[in-house]
Structure formats: structure tokens, C-alpha cells
Design a protein around this ligand. Sequence first.
Ligand SMILES: [Zn+2]
Length: 246
Amino acid sequence: MKICIDAGHGGSDTGAVGPNYLREKDVNLNVALFLGDILKLNGIEVVYTRTTDTRLGNNSNESLSRRVKIANESGADYFISIHCNAADNRSANGTEVYIYDEKSKAKDMAEKILNLIATTMGFRNRGVKTANFYVLKYTKMPACLVEMAFISNPNEEKILADEKNQRKIALCIAKGIGEAVGINIIEYKKGRVNAKEGLNVRKGPSTKFPIVRVLKYKEEIKIYSVEDGWYRIDDGWVYAQYVDLI
Ligand SMILES: [Zn+2]
């Protein structure tokens, strides 16, 4: 199973900007990266259209065609585009998920993602909708575009700005994908330190990064993502070889 994750906008294209200046491109990217971590932890392959704050192409048409090209060349099974909604009316609120048309094979996944976000976050469920969006129309695989909440609504902007909520929304999207394809998604794995001398927690996934603290032998940890033989835990990274999964 391979999922192409598309964080909307990026670089000079900020996307919508909230009343307190939260930028859509930043929320989209954070949620996309959290989502990718969760999917990878669950053995699902991930392809991103962007992993940094960059603009794809020189204008919005180029940006959209680059995203579609990445998705189509990746051979991904599903395409998930992540956005925040915006409206002139600041009271507009809630979650909606778009598919290309009613016949889309992503409809079931779209419904599951939508219901999980709305229920878990307490957002208004605005339904699954159809739209002729470029990334939905030209991607070869079933595609959903998630409008997580309204960044133009001061309450929802505040919720979207919080990293804990970004993780929660990412988990909802991951679980929706998992439910639709029959994979039980877990948020983290549990591990136990097997190094008798203790285990360094580092700022990044390599010994080049500084040590944050030292875990004790047999201490239990939660593992949120895996990268090149390193595990990301709550406050840093540990070398996977010194941890037994439990
Ligand atoms: Zn957007």
C-alpha cells in the first residue's frame, strides 16, 4: 500500500491566512508530515509532494501539475491532499472532504476521514462533496482533498495552530485511510530500552545530533515514527537497535 500525501500550497503561496495570521501552508505541511509518520509506522509506504516550505513550480497551474505528476509517477494507490478551508464569513466552520465525482473509488475513504475528523475534533460535519479540482481530476489513483477546518474562523484557527491538534487530525486521516483499506492503524508502538548502560535520546536521527537526555535500562517508551534505524519518541530520537518492541 502506497499513499501520496499532498500538503497544499507552500513557499510564496501561503494558501489562506487566518485572522491571527496562521498560514494554511504551514498547517497543511505539519499535518502531512505527522500523517506520513503514522502511515510509515504502520508499514504503509508514503510519497510526499513536498516535505518543506517550498513552492512547486512558478505559478499555481504549474504547482498543481507538478503535484499530479509526482502522484502519477509514484504509482501510489491513493492520493490525499491536505488543506484548510476559508470563507469571507468568519463564522463559517467545519470539515469537508472532496472527491472528483460520486463514482470515485475514494468515496468510502473520504467519508471515513470526514467522520473521524468531525467526531474526534468536534467540528461540524459538512459532508463529502464533489468538485472539479485539478488534483482530483488528473490523478490516476482514487483521490481525496481534505478541508480540515476553516482557518478563517478564529476558533478553528486557534485549534489548527496547536501542534497537538495537528497530530490528532493526522491520526484521524490515517485511521480513515486504514479503515478504508483494511489496515488497523496504531498511533505509536511501545518499546523497552535494552541497553544496560542506558540510551541517549538525541535531537535528531543520527549521532551527530546533541543528547537531550538518557533513558534508563528497561525504561518503556512510545515510538511515533521510524527513520533509517532510528525511532522518534516524545522528546527526541533513539537508536532502534537498543530498543525492543513490546
Ligand atoms: Zn488550500
